[in-house]
Design a protein around this ligand. Structure first.
Ligand code: CJB
Length: 798
């Protein structure tokens, strides 16, 4: 094959061509890595045509574009996702196998792009895929972190963190756009010129764009995820270099690159650092400039902006985009302030993802004013205009010496949304009660969703095949069609096939766990899985307490008919969150003791898999029997893992929190293991003095489990290792672990009982699948398009 004969139609030839001419490798010497890159290039070629057609169609229609601004996009691997969406799986597999290679090995060779911490970042990635699937013209804007979320390992049970390095290899999915640069200012001062305020920044950096195309289901449409990297305005100081000061010569570049160097690993807590605010302004300001550049290329009248632009703030991290847009409209384009404010507000919308007070961002006005002096003035002016219109308003954006990003985002938004029905209701009565009183139409709900292409079709090929054999393949693009499975859940023959799928997935997971971690899992046991960030409100410590109590009871009563269980944990803790790190160590210590107990270890195992990430989730969820969603009611805004488990046939044990409430309504209360206080009861319980001590005193099982931790049997020689946890559980216990323990225990024994009836369990699991179609992120995005963005699909117009 010659270079000028780039093959388009034959996929196998296209791979060979890229191996030879793009990668410069002789097929005889190519490694898995080379073949994976060659395959990726061949796939990418097929995306590009559709990508350009979509962009052209958007320009032609002069359509409204949606801009999704997010500090995090937890993408994971893209090769399989792209192959699945282009429906190239069979061709790709056949081609790769014809070279004598293992197709799955190739897919698994790709590193995870972990540009996010957890739910919020993964939601953004699911949304990008659904936006493309629905043909909604949209751009994602974020940061191209050189290092994504840290790699986790354990040393004597303790979490160790190592830098993640996804860009150490060529990233085929990105297109560098060196021409799309903006120079952004920081610091300096505001002077008055001709009676007008003028910001004179002191420091400058450049933002450089990298574009990742995002292809929708069946390749019908493609959008762009544009990630910004920091670059110096003058990359190199030749004068200093020639004078011999080599370090100083490269200083500007090093500083600029620091901005996009690493993802902050805090999840649901406020980072509050200067670099974080710098990152936030950096990517928000670059995005706003890009949005305006695109708009102004075709429109002269800025008042048309809200008809052509919808901006979504994914939490408050990009909140500064609002004041930045206002500043440009007013200071640089000369619109009157009130008009600039009205236009900004008509374009911007804000999604709240948490009500935890420690996660609500605010900045000291000193730091804020130093970095963004003009924005501070603008925020004051917005507050002043607002106070004029609503004299009884209480929550200004600036107050008590701080700039409060939630308040700011609310004031500057057309719509504000929560991510589950319960969470949206709580927004109205708690954190945003005052704003809701003034603007009763502004808060709307959009319950989260997950993309079925990745979270069922891609990650669970066996179940996907069974579903398609049963009801056809329309469900992949229209998940509510899963309802058609419902009659089959009453058919014993079909249920047997369904149960065989789960058993095979569990066997796969067990094989992998043996190969990778030397673990022997009992595939007959119930696989009970809790995977998510480690946080007190998510209550992994409730789960491990139950494991301890169960183990104690098994030892006491070894001949009873126990349902065998493997409790599987996965998740990272923020490096500075010491309580969460203690929980990790406790789980590992407990696992060590329980797994070594020959009297019980056929019936109970505890496993903590390190370095939980998107890929591990794709492995675990299809193999799970039970989904642990046990947060303190009122604290988990939505959850999205809960949806993935239900969709893959793992019933939930859970509280009435976040989207659990909606999952339970849809799958039916008889197919969901409910326990625990409601959000309202939880609030009331906190007011009871000694609520934890009372709960412990009233529950001998709980008491004995806590005593075991206190005694040091899990930390030989160091009985105080978990003094903090013990003290918390018996003292303040803000997250009500002790209060919910007895009911959690009860629900777990209901699970045991239900699982012992394998046919009944398979039916329950199948009904979870059949009734989870509503949790597609396609449904969520349709909701945003209709209720928030007023954006239209261009499918069929490309
Ligand atoms: N969430 O992942 C994060 N990070 C935050 O800083 C705040 C919230 C999560 O967002 C998810 C997507 O909406 C929710 O499902 C989840 O409940 C929430 O904790």
């Amino acid at each position: 094959m010659a270079k000028d004969e780039m093959p388009k139609s034959d996929f196998r030839d296209a791979i060979l061509w890229h191996l030879t001419y793009t990668l410069g490798k002789d097929p005889d010497h190519a490694q898995v890595f080379d073949w994976r890159l060659a395959l990726s290039h061949a796939v990418r070629d097929r995306i590009v045509d559709r990508w350009m057609a979509s962009t052209r169609a958007t320009y032609r229609a002069d359509a409204k574009r949606v801009y999704y601004l997010s500090m995090e996009f937890l993408i994971g691997r893209l090769l399989q996702d792209n192959i699945v969406n282009l429906q190239l799986a069979d061709q790709a597999q056949a081609a790769i196998e014809s070279f004598g290679l293992d197709y799955r090995d190739l897919l698994l060779d790709e590193p995870d792009a972990a540009l996010g911490n957890g739910g919020l970042g993964r939601l953004a990635a699911c949304f990008m895929e659904s936006l493309a699937t629905l043909g909604c013209p949209a751009y994602g804007y974020g940061i191209r972190y050189e290092h994504g979320l840290f790699r986790q390992s354990f040393a004597e049970g303790r979490q160790m963190e190592a830098p993640e390095d996804w860009l150490a290899q060529p990233y085929v999915w990105q297109f560098e756009r060196p021409e799309a640069r903006f120079t952004l200012g920081f610091g300096g001062r505001v002077v008055t010129r001709d009676g007008k305020p003028v910001w004179e920044p002191e420091n400058f950096v450049q933002s450089e764009a990298y574009d990742v195309p995002v292809i929708g289901w069946q390749g019908a449409w493609a959008n762009t995820l544009r990630l910004w990297a920091g670059r110096a305005v003058d990359p190199f100081d030749l004068g200093r270099f020639n004078a011999g000061d080599f370090t100083a010569a490269a200083e500007a570049e090093a500083l600029a690159r620091t901005i996009s160097r690493v993802l902050y690993p805090e999840d649901s807590t406020e980072a509050g650092k200067r670099l974080r605010l710098t990152q936030e302004y950096f990517f928000s300001a670059a995005s706003i400039r890009d949005i305006l550049r695109r708009f102004e290329a075709d429109h002269a009248d800025l008042r048309l902006l809200p008809q052509k632009v919808a901006i979504q703030l994914n939490d408050t991290h990009p909140a500064i985009a609002g004041p930045e847009l206002l500043r440009i409209l007013h200071d640089e384009r000369g619109l009157p302030f009130d008009e600039a404010l009205a236009i900004t507000r008509a374009c911007v919308n804000y999604t709240n993802h948490t009500l935890l007070p420690e996660a609500l961002e605010s900045w000291g006005e000193g730091l804020f004013g130093e970095l963004l002096p003009r924005h501070l003035q603008i925020i004051d002016r917005i507050d002043a205009e607002d106070a004029k219109a609503h004299p009884d308003r209480r929550n200004a954006a600036r107050g008590e010496g701080r700039v409060r990003m939630g308040e700011l985002s609310f004031i500057l938004s057309n719509r504000v949304n929560g991510v589950s029905a319960l969470h949206t209701g709580l927004m109205k009565t708690t954190v945003f009660a005052d704003q809701h009183r003034i603007w009763p139409d502004r808060i709307v709900n959009q319950t989260n969703g997950v993309t079925p292409r990745r979270w069922l079709h891609g990650c669970n090929p066996r179940l996907s095949r069974l579903i398609t054999q049963t009801i056809g393949d329309g469900w992949v693009g229209d998940l509510e069609q899963l309802q058609a499975l419902e009659p089959h859940a009453a058919d014993a023959g079909w249920l047997e096939q369904f149960a065989a799928v789960k058993a095979a997935n569990k066997a796969d997971l067990s094989d992998w766990a043996r190969r990778e971690h030397g673990l022997t899992l009992n595939p007959q046991a119930l696989f009970d899985v809790q995977i998510k960030r480690i946080h007190e409100y998510k209550r992994q410590h409730l789960n491990i307490l139950e494991a301890i109590a169960l183990w104690q009871e098994m030892r006491e009563n070894p001949s009873a008919d126990w349902t065998a269980r493997v409790k599987i944990f996965g998740g990272k803790a923020a490096p500075g969150y010491f309580f969460a790190k203690d929980i990790i160590r406790l789980i590992n210590d407990v696992a060590g003791v329980i797994n070594a107990d020959a009297a019980t270890n056929e019936k109970l195992q505890v496993v903590y898999l390190p370095n939980y990430n998107v890929t591990l989730a794709e492995r675990l969820i299809p193999a799970a029997d039970l989904s642990e969603q046990i947060s303190t009611a009122g604290k988990e805004a939505s959850g999205t893992g809960n949806m993935k488990f239900a969709l893959n046939g793992a019933p939930t044990i859970g509280t009435l929190d976040g989207a659990n409430v909606e999952i339970r309504e849809l799958v039916g209360p008889e197919n969901f293991f409910l326990f625990g206080l409601t959000a309202e009861e939880a609030e009331a319980r906190r007011a009871v003095p000694d609520h934890a001590a009372r709960a412990v005193a009233g529950d001998p099982r709980l008491k004995r489990a806590i005593e075991a931790i206190r005694s040091g049997i899990f930390s030989p020689g160091e009985p105080d290792r978990y003094a903090n946890i013990v003290e918390n559980l018996t003292g303040a216990d803000y997250f009500l672990v002790a209060s919910d323990f007895a009911d959690y225990w009860r629900a777990q024994r209901e699970v045991d009982f239900a699982y012992a009836d394998r046919d009944g369990w398979a039916r329950m699991a199948a009904l979870n699948v059949a009734r989870s179609g509503w949790f597609s992120s396609d449904r969520t995005i349709r909701g945003y398009m209709q209720d928030i963005w007023n954006a239209k699909s261009l499918l069929g117009q490309e």
